[in-house]
Write a protein that binds this ligand. Structure first.
Ligand SMILES: Cc1cc2nc3c(=O)[nH]c(=O)nc-3n(C[C@H](O)[C@H](O)[C@H](O)COP(=O)(O)OP(=O)(O)OC[C@H]3O[C@@H](n4cnc5c(N)ncnc54)[C@H](O)[C@@H]3O)c2cc1C
Ligand code: SF4
Length: 591
């Protein structure tokens, strides 16, 4: 029987949105299946102050045990009571997920950096792990294409380890960032504006950011990149895309010719099981969900002739850092510091070549720093004292908050870090859930220890006064609910206003490295890595499975190593490259 659709795209996050748009623009009939519900940013996202909310942003007691996030944004998060996962003994892992049209793009922190050849080809340099099956030259046109479309504000720096791209003007630095920039100069470190998928001027009919600071609660005007505002409208405009929300895909079905026939999904609310067929199946349900679907679709995992499916899982190393105040700013006037998305980035400057090679650890990390006034003086409860003197002190420190954090510490890939199907636990729809086995290596620990030294050095050079628990301001905002299963203070301030990156400083939470639960970087990648040979991995360099020609997997799955950059731009560039390959295959030009 002829397939009803040219392509099924599972998931509507960063990668699914991109794939649906590209394939539909090329004339393919696309069915997008999304497990979460529909969302309309203009209607569903509101600007509110904490005092306007019944629970002052923390949400109704109990609600945040199920939903990661806050009173402001739990609607776009995932209900973890419906979607459990398990961990192996000894593993503490926070899996930050979202089930809604648009996925995590609705509340991500927008940091968008290109990876460089010293990351793609790291194994050739230091002998650990496996090189990527692509080089920067292969990726550059796709980075150009994605950045050019979504809009990334940044400054060009000419650093080979931090490749420049197609940029909109950067956002100006705030006072704290100017102080940190001067400190970097005197330390001889290069720094730049954080690179953000957030518009500083009109771009592709989308308005520039008006600095309301609500990004992690959903942008109502589409000034930050997210599927619903950016890739879905042009996809729908083609008339070639049908979106079905509340459809939980349970497996990929195969035919007798070793091709994917289609998928089976379960209607989220009615529990009805539905089969749909297509010529191509694109899994874009996020890294670990993609792997779960492949594990669910065949006895030893679909497209798993290499035996590597589920293995070599990575996140990025997080935790540590310094929080406190910059005394120079103390007592200054109130400012809207958390309206602007924040920060400076200090690109990795170690282990990028022979000259900078360290003897004690391999790979590297990017440092971020920012500061300024936040919506709420989160630090107040940690400040000793009481009465009017205490209130004055809180107010004077309120504008001077500052912090240094690690943006992307490379975590080494290890075969033992893996996911498998839990033999006992199932989700609300009766689908087996993932069990996660995950620990850090000695190298990861040495890397974070080195970062901590550098963070202390930078903070000191900036004249900072350290104070644990301080500096949540500016970009981090109000923290996620303590004890919430999916979000910690390190998870990008999901409940805050800007979600500029991990906060918390030293000793923020339990976990293996830097006092933070593993997974809190929310940069999970691997588990179906790309490889030049089908013996070594699940995907080829186009994110097509080596074993099943009409099955593509878009997300972080393909990453053989994490690099030290935020991963999503690279995931999207890989998706764009994969779409080109799929379209060529459809025309009979590629196998
Ligand atoms: C708070 C936060 C801050 C972040 N900040 C950054 C950052 O600054 N920079 C960066 O690079 N990355 C950041 N990330 C990570 C980034 O959000 C992800 O890398 C990116 O969204 C991954 O895109 P994706 O398309 O693979 O998956 P997602 O965006 O997670 O989308 C997957 C979609 O698939 C759907 N789905 C899942 N399972 C099924 C199923 N069985 N059937 C149907 N649909 C399904 C989900 O509902 C979801 O909508 C952040 C993440 C969070 C949570
Ligand atoms: S600050 Fe964030 S939410 Fe507000 S307009 Fe800018 S991108 Fe949108």
């Amino acid at each position: 029987m002829a397939a009803t659709y040219d392509a099924i795209v599972v998931g509507s996050g960063a990668c699914g949105g991109w794939a649906a748009m590209e394939l539909a623009k090329a004339g393919m009939k696309v069915l997008m299946l999304e497990a979460g519900s529909h969302i309309d940013p203009a209607k569903d996202f509101h600007h509110t102050f904490l005092y306007q909310m019944e629970y002052r942003g923390q949400a109704k007691p109990g609600a945040l045990r199920r939903y990661a996030g806050s009173e402001r944004n739990y609607r776009i998060m995932l209900d973890s009571s419906e979607n459990p996962y398990t961990t192996a003994p000894g593993t503490v892992y926070n899996w930050g997920r979202s089930r809604v049209l648009g996925g995590r793009t609705l509340h991500w922190a927008r940091a968008s950096d290109r990876m460089a050849d010293y990351e793609f080809k790291a194994a050739s340099r230091d002998g650990y792990g496996m090189d990527w099956a692509v080089s920067y030259a292969d990726m550059k046109p796709y980075y150009d294409r994605v950045e050019g479309f979504i809009g990334v504000s940044a400054a060009k720096e000419g650093l080979p380890q931090f490749p420049d791209g197609v940029f909109l003007p950067p956002m100006p630095l705030n006072c704290a960032e100017t102080i940190f920039t001067a400190a970097c100069k005197s330390l001889g470190w290069r720094s730049t504006h954080r690179r953000l998928a957030q518009l500083t001027r009109m771009h592709n009919n989308r308005p520039p950011c008006h600095y309301c600071g609500n990004c992690v609660n959903g942008c109502d005007v589409g000034a930050m990149f997210n599927t619903v505002a950016v890739t879905l409208p042009p996809a729908l405009k083609t008339g070639n895309v049908e979106v079905r929300t509340d459809t939980v895909v349970a497996q990929v079905r195969m035919n007798n010719e070793n091709r994917a026939q289609g998928v089976t999904y379960i209607e989220r609310n009615t529990m009805k099981s539905v089969d749909v067929d297509a010529k191509y199946v694109v899994l874009a349900a996020s890294t670990l969900e993609n792997t779960r679907l492949m594990l669910l679709s065949a006895k030893d995992g679909l497209a798993n002739s290499s035996g590597t499916l589920g293995h070599y899982m990575m996140d990025q190393v997080g935790g540590g850092g310094v929080t406190g105040i910059l005394p120079k700013l103390k007592g200054g006037p109130s400012r809207l510091d958390d309206g602007k998305s924040a920060g400076i980035s200090i690109p990795n400057f170690q282990n990028i070549d022979k000259k900078t090679a360290r003897k004690d650890f391999i790979r590297g990390y990017v440092i971020n720093a920012t500061g300024g006034q936040s919506e709420y003086p989160q630090f107040a409860s940690a400040l000793p004292g009481y009465g009017s003197a205490w209130k004055k002190e809180v107010k004077s420190r309120y504008v001077a908050q500052a912090r240094v954090w690690i943006a992307g510490g490379e975590m080494l890939s290890q075969k033992e870090n893996r996911v498998e199907l839990d033999p006992e636990v199932k989700d609300r729809w009766g689908i087996p859930v993932l069990k996660i086995h995950f620990t850090h290596s000695d190298n990861d620990r040495k890397l974070i220890a080195d970062f901590q030294e550098k963070a202390d050095e930078l903070f000191k050079k900036a004249g900072g006064e350290a104070m644990p628990g301080m500096g949540r301001g500016g970009p981090t905002g109000f923290p996620g609910a303590p004890g919430s299963p999916d979000v910690g203070p390190g998870a990008g301030g999901q409940g805050g206003r800007q979600g500029g990156g991990p906060g918390g400083g030293r000793g923020a939470r339990e976990g293996a490295v830097g006092g933070r639960a593993l997974g809190s970087s929310i940069h999970e990648v691997g588990t179906a890595r790309m490889s030049a040979s089908p013996k070594d991995g699940v995907l080829n360099s186009f994110c097509q499975t080596h074993d099943v020609p009409n099955l593509y997997v878009f997300g972080g799955n393909a990453f053989p190593s994490t690099g030290d950059k935020h991963p999503t731009l690279t995931m999207m560039a890989l998706s764009a490259r994969g779409c080109d390959h799929l379209l060529e295959q459809a025309k009979g030009k590629k196998a």
